[in-house]
Design a protein around this ligand. Sequence first.
Ligand code: ADP
Ligand code: MG
Length: 273
Amino acid sequence: DRAPQPEGHPRILALANQKGGVGKTTTAINLGTALAAIGERVLIVDLDPQGNASTGLGIDRGSRNCSTYDVLIGEASLRDAVVPTAVPRLHIASSTMDLSGLELELGSSANRAFRLRDAIAGLNNNVSPEGDYTYVLVDCPPSLNLLTVNAMAASDAILVPLQCEFFALEGLSQLLQTVEQVRSTLNPNLSIHGIVLTMFDSRNNLSNQVVADVRQFMGSKVYNTMIPRNVRISEAPSYGKPVLVYDLKCVGSEAYLKLATEVIQRERDLRAN
Ligand code: ADP
Ligand code: MG
């Protein structure tokens, strides 16, 4: 059974970390797929001009006629930009390189930080046969720019992927500071959903040390589930498939299914309190 959602209000989670290559996009794709597999109705919003989430879900560049750029610039509704993926109950609003120019184009226009929030607000009004989305996952670019600020202003909570490597904690305090700033100015409801440790290698002493440090520093904010370094996870995007479709039985798929269960459990706990 699913966590109950108030009618018309998806839970909006942003995958954020200003470092590149830590597993934001991989987590957006595979947590999204795992949530959909459990029965949630999920929309991934690709806010990275690189468009890796879109490519990784098999949406080729030629078919991105309407993108998150068109939505944020105000020329399309989010509903217009959404396309289904090969995974049932998983949809995506794709991105294109245009998105990298958005910050300049919006200049100092009013509501420049609320473009995504306002676009999502109109999303669940027209009930589709499949029903409304229960989760929106926003895949952020590797930067604390206007795109990431839009994601934070629109979200209920952020989910931070941290790679199990030596510099994992470096940059985290800057990220948390940005979250504080957004909370005090743009979005008082923003919280940290959790920190997910990625590319964990149990045979590597450094990896184990990083896990211990992060758990000590961030306590219960860190999910119990860790995503192992797994070659199947890194192969899947080149086939345009989530790892859960590419190889359901591999340890990477198992980990993302466990993470989805934990995310849903945290949602239940939040609601109960
Ligand atoms: P980000 O979106 O934060 O820049 P990505 O999700 O694109 O990071 O991941 C960076 C690279 O690492 C990609 O090539 C991806 O396939 C690979 N990768 C991510 N997670 C894992 C993992 N658990 N095991 C192996 N490779 C991974
Ligand atoms: Mg990415």
